[in-house]
Design a protein around this ligand. Structure first.
Ligand code: SF4
Ligand code: SF4
Length: 364
């Protein structure tokens, strides 16, 4: 049965397939400690019990099938543009994996009468722990799951089932004395080996709502969605394999073009980012990040667009536009910022404008 399931999963297009039992995961202390240290972002789903007990997701679960889909592949980023993480370079993986796993769930039902449920980043269960236990990868020091042959550009999905399937063994592999990801991380978010402070991670910062903390704005550089730095530094990701064709998506817009992002209305957003995994937090966070990218890169050609956004309806866009304009135009933006300040009613935005003017008065 195990071989047949594996063969079917591969025929659907999965690159990695492994099996583990449905026993409670032995990581409660680790999760508790992360919470105590303040390393959680707040986006995590569920409480600790829900994150480690398969029985809470599928009563009667006996096995878990861990699945992986490779999403690497080379792409050149152009100067003067934003940067979107590889995970969002194609169709939204939730949709792609969701439909592939739906096919596998149907197969398990038809062939074995199994009751099964598929998960892809839509449930509290700790997916990486499932992947580790099922032997499709090992934990890297940056907490990504690394397959020794494919690296860490892998989307993970899982199927919980009431079938009893012989588990695979975890891989006997580790990072050895490598620390490249820790050294490469620009914010110190990798607090130590296997320990991420999610609040300092740029992947989280790009999707957090509201104003980006001042000390993180320059660290974001030109990131619009996600951060791939620690994975790019990893020697296991040196080789780029062919991208899985199921992820291919033809979007008629350049999602790294800051001018496009800053001017996109809801319709354009639905036709572009919303087709990918970069759209789940909505249009505003992407436009806020594009303002920060324009400011960090001092793109003079965007000065008028940025100045126009000082009158936007959304406070976070007005405040971040003030920050960006001060970086792009320097002291030349003082008059414009003064006028914006006088017209502004929102206290948070006023503070952002004040900070931007203060930064220039400091001689920047
Ligand atoms: S994703 Fe970026 S910010 Fe987060 S740990 Fe990796 S390098 Fe650091
Ligand atoms: S860069 Fe080195 S330490 Fe970091 S995950 Fe890769 S192998 Fe492990």
């Amino acid at each position: 049965m195990k071989d047949r399931i594996k063969e079917y999963a591969k025929s659907i297009g999965f690159d990695l397939v492994g099996f583990t039992d449905a026993d409670v995961f032995d990581i409660a202390d680790v999760l508790r400690e992360r919470g105590q240290k303040g390393y959680l972002s707040g986006l995590e789903k569920g409480d600790i019990e829900e994150r480690i007990d398969p029985e809470k997701v599928l009563p009667g679960a006996r096995s878990i099938i861990a699945l992986g889909l490779y999403y690497g592949g080379a792409k050149k980023h152009e100067n003067g543009k934003g940067r979107v993480s590889r995970s969002a370079w194609g169709r939204d993986y939730h949709t792609v994996l969701g439909s592939m796993m739906g096919e596998l769930v149907e197969y398990l039902k038809k062939e074995y009468g199994a009751k099964s449920i598929s998960l892809v980043d839509n449930n509290p269960m700790v997916e990486r722990e499932i992947a580790r236990r099922a032997g499709i990868g090992f934990y890297g020091k940056n907490c990504s799951i690394i397959n020794p042959d494919m690296g860490s550009w892998i989307f993970l999905g899982e199927i919980l089932t009431d079938l009893s399937i012989e588990p695979d063994a975890p891989l006997e592999h580790d990072c050895d004395d490598c620390e490249r990801c820790i050294k490469a991380c620009p914010t110190g978010a990798i607090a130590g080996p296997y320990e991420i402070n999610a609040k300092k991670c740029l992947s989280y910062i790009t999707v957090m709502k509201g104003f980006v903390p001042e000390e993180m704005k320059d660290k974001l550089q030109n990131r619009i969605y996600g951060c791939d730095i620690c994975q790019e530094a990893c020697p296991y990701n040196k080789i780029n394999f062919r991208r899985n064709p199921t992820l291919a998506l033809d979007i008629p817009y350049d999602m790294e073009d800051l001018s496009f992002i800053l001017s996109m209305d809801n319709k354009r957003f639905m036709e572009s980012f919303k087709q990918t995994s970069a759209g789940w937090r909505g249009r505003t966070v992407l436009q806020r990040n594009a303002l920060i990218a324009a400011g960090n890169m001092r793109i003079k050609g965007l000065a008028d667009t940025v100045a126009g956004l000082l009158a936007d309806q959304r406070p976070v866009i007005r405040g971040t536009a003030a920050w960006a304009l001060s970086r792009i135009m320097g002291a030349e933006s003082l008059d414009i910022l003064h006028r914006a300040y006088d017209a502004e009613k929102d206290e948070d935005v006023k503070r952002e404008i004040e900070d931007a003017m203060y930064w220039m008065k400091e001689g920047n």
